[in-house]
Design a protein around this ligand. Structure first.
Ligand SMILES: C[S@@+](CC[C@H](N)C(=O)[O-])C[C@H]1O[C@@H](n2cnc3c(N)ncnc32)[C@H](O)[C@@H]1O
Length: 283
């Protein structure tokens, strides 16, 4: 097809195409759980051998990826209902089209990603005046420059932290707690068992080989996140929304099922209180 933009991403950056592929497959269904015409259109505009490299998009997996995105959308909408002029910082945003699903016409939106995926995003998505693209490693705090904490900040990391080392995750969370007092952070995780499986190079869901995911976390580990920084005032689970069929029934109920209670993906929200006086040097 003429005029398509060639995508040449490998390794972890390529996973931005994998999640887009599944969200678009789900969004193309008449009974979709996540309407997203922009994702569907994007898939036709990017030149990449999706099927050859990633296999057929399996409906259960496409729905699961879309339900995760919908879970994030709900957190962003709740944040913007509270802080309509606030800033959403989407770390590792890849080709997520969430801005167009949730925008309230006032929010500031900052996309942070590595050079390759960010350059592709710039070419295929029309960014407006309230959107800013920052080519930066999320582990490098430079992306925090120029973000106004006074109007409220929500940091999202969808499909990112599992690709970092555990100590890097702790440092990133601590840096966010430090930089954005009163802010919120939301991210998803894979289980410890799933993380181990990816490191032993067995195939992932849908038969596609995903890159190794060094960081895994189980629900019982969630409270340990508080140890990352004293300003973390709340740690809570964001339940997956209900969807369609068996997967859609299971998604919000997984915590109650013995087999899935520990070995399941999670979405976690952290709230950051004001920095303690001992850290700010205030009397
Ligand atoms: C699985 S994709 C998720 C993309 C998008 N958030 C979504 O849910 O569709 C992982 C994304 O994280 C980005 N990424 C990986 N490591 C990163 C890092 N150290 N700093 C910034 N972005 C990173 C990748 O380039 C990719 O866009």
């Amino acid at each position: 097809m003429p005029g398509r933009v060639k995508a040449d991403l490998k390794g972890v950056p390529e996973t931005a195409l994998w999640t887009l592929y599944h969200r678009a497959a789900e969004a193309a269904r008449p009974d979709t759980v996540l309407p997203d015409p922009r994702a569907v259109q994007l898939l036709t505009e990017i030149e990449f051998p999706f099927r050859e490299r990633m296999g057929a998009a399996r409906p259960w997996l496409a729905q699961a990826i879309a339900l995760r995105a919908l879970g994030f959308d709900r957190v962003v909408r709740a944040f913007l209902a509270d802080r309509p002029d606030g800033t959403v910082v989407a770390l590792g945003e890849g080709l997520e089209t969430q801005f167009w699903r949730v925008d309230n016409g006032r929010a500031q939106w900052v996309t942070v990603d590595l050079n390759g995926p960010l350059a592709l995003r710039k070419r295929v998505l029309p960014h407006g005046a309230r959107q800013r693209l920052v080519a930066c490693d999320a582990r490098d705090s430079q992306w925090m420059a120029d973000i106004d904490p006074s109007r409220g900040v929500l940091v999202t990391a969808q499909g990112l932290l599992m690709y970092l080392q555990p100590a890097q995750v702790t440092r990133l969370i601590a840096a966010c707690a430090d930089a954005f007092p009163g802010g919120t952070m939301v991210f998803d995780t894979v289980s410890r068992r799933f993380s181990t499986r990816t490191r032993t190079r067995t195939k992932g869901p849908g038969g596609h080989r995903l890159p190794p995911m060094p960081w895994g976390m189980d629900a019982v580990d969630r409270d340990l996140l508080r140890q990352a920084h004293p300003a973390i005032s709340e740690v809570s689970e964001v339940p997956l929304p209900a969807g369609r069929g068996f997967i859609g029934y299971l998604a919000p109920r997984a915590a109650a099922l013995p087999l899935l209670r520990t070995d399941r993906p999670l979405i976690t929200r952290l709230r950051f209180g004001a920095a303690p006086a001992s850290l700010t040097g205030q009397p």
